[in-house]
Design a protein around this ligand. Structure first.
Ligand SMILES: Cc1cc2nc3c(=O)[nH]c(=O)nc-3n(C[C@H](O)[C@H](O)[C@H](O)COP(=O)(O)OP(=O)(O)OC[C@H]3O[C@@H](n4cnc5c(N)ncnc54)[C@H](O)[C@@H]3O)c2cc1C
Length: 401
């Protein structure tokens, strides 16, 4: 047995086929030149996103009735993300982040909301956003400045959301707002918002360190009228927003982990190739034991990261079937997110080191990989806050390593 997917025999064959589809798609469509072009223009790769949608790569684990790939395991999302990002980090990341937060609607939306909003995202016709962060509330979203005031069968939304992935390209997404400010986190609700509605303004935020093909924006809501039908989950979703957001992040934080794994693999591939080609002192630098040690340590970190990611995705499947304590699952996905994104930091940094001075120039790509990876330690819960989630589960006895 040489393939990690064989550890999951019930899915192995179908996942191998899916991985092959993703790999061939990337081979046909990706190139470093194209990635550099999109990064320079800070533009979303629409054409590639649509093509990925046509192949069912945007949401493999979502049921087909909502436009997804119909795989019954979250491993499918991990396999595609790893593969596309490994092939070309900037393009793979932008494409796989296009549907960001649509899983939240899948978990908690009404049947009608899911059937209306999800298929166009997974066909690659629009991106999606999830707006939780505000200028004054990032890690701590227990009390938001964005408010939703009820007026009969409507809510009026006011506030600003910032750093919102896909806000400049999406037709719609979800916004977390305070419906009952007195109740703090117990008084928050999620709303579906269309970006062309009166009172919604989107400002693109430029100049990110990396992931520049994945647009980020600020959303201003100026007395936006939202009929009650647009509350995520309908009437029963009122004041559930905080809990549903956290439950969603307990799963979705494996997204940045899969992206980090893909980027470190891309960096490793480059470093191994370079170490065999580059000669100093009359021989390839891979002959030097200090370079060998680096490559061995990089390979070890990658292997452990992949095992952790796949295992965590498997736990997500158990969580969705109510077979595992949610706090234990949260600890496992947090551990995977922190470990893998920190490992990527080391692996990509060593890939730059193996390239010497060339590693510092864009032509050799590894500097871009480092910039693309860096935010994986910040978003979907900073690594600090994810460490606290692990300790919380340990203290409550919900999880033991
Ligand atoms: C490229 C990009 C894309 C993003 N996309 C989205 C998106 O689509 N939707 C969205 O809603 N948000 C998005 N974000 C926002 C992201 O989730 C936040 O930046 C993140 O949650 C941290 O919030 P903050 O930036 O306000 O930092 P702060 O919360 O101000 O944190 C600053 C520092 O303090 C630390 N800290 C805070 N509290 C604690 C504590 N209790 N214990 C220890 N340390 C602590 C943090 O770990 C961090 O190191 C994105 C951000 C970026 C950069």
């Amino acid at each position: 047995m040489t393939d990690i997917l064989d550890l999951f025999p019930q899915y192995a064959e179908e996942l191998k086929l899916l991985r092959k589809t993703a790999r061939e798609f990337a081979q046909r469509n990706f190139s470093p030149e194209l990635a550099r072009e999109y990064e320079r223009k800070e533009e979303f790769p629409w054409d590639l996103y649509r093509k990925a949608g046509e192949l069912g790569l945007l949401a493999p684990s979502i049921p087909t009735e909502y436009g997804g790939g119909g795989f019954t395991t979250y491993l499918a999302d991990m396999v595609v993300t790893e593969e596309l990002v490994r092939a070309e980090p900037t393009l793979g990341e932008a494409i796989m982040s296009g549907p960001f937060s649509s899983h939240l609607l899948y978990f908690f939306g009404t049947e009608e909301q899911k059937k209306k909003y999800l298929p166009p995202v997974y066909r690659g016709e629009t991106t999606f956003f999830g707006a939780y962060t505000e200028p004054e509330h990032g890690t701590d979203i227990t009390q938001l400045s964005t408010v939703a005031e009820r007026k009969g069968d409507k809510f009026i939304l006011r506030g600003v959301k910032t750093f919102i992935t896909n806000a400049p390209t999406a037709k719609y997404g979800v916004v977390l707002a305070q419906t009952d400010p007195e109740k703090k986190h117990r008084g928050q609700t999620l709303f579906i918002i269309h970006t062309d509605w009166p009172g919604v303004q989107i400002r693109k935020l430029s100049g990110k360190m990396g992931q520049r093909a994945s647009p980020v924006g600020e959303i201003t809501l100026d007395n936006v009228e939202v009929p009650i039908d647009y509350v995520v989950g309908g009437e029963k979703g009122i004041n559930q927003g905080f809990y549903w957001t956290l439950a969603y992040f307990n799963v979705s934080r494996l997204g940045p982990a899969a992206i980090a794994l893909g980027i470190m693999l891309a960096a490793f591939d480059k470093a191994l190739e370079y170490a065999q080609k580059r000669a100093q002192f009359g021989q390839p630098i891979i002959n030097f034991q200090l370079i060998q040690e680096k490559l061995a340590r990089m390979a070890m970190l990658i292997e452990v990261s992949r095992s952790m990611l796949y295992r965590a995705a498997y736990y997500v499947d158990s969580y969705i079937k109510f077979q595992i304590d949610p706090r234990a699952m949260a600890a496992i996905t947090s551990a995977a997110k922190v470990f893998i994104t920190d490992a990527a930091n080391q692996v990509i940094d060593e890939a730059i080191q193996i390239h010497g001075g060339y590693g510092y120039f864009e032509e050799f790509d590894v500097e871009r990989y480092w910039r693309d990876h860096r935010v994986t330690r910040i978003y979907e819960g900073t690594n600090e806050i994810n460490l606290l989630t692990i300790t919380d589960a340990l203290r409550r006895g919900a999880w033991k390593p």
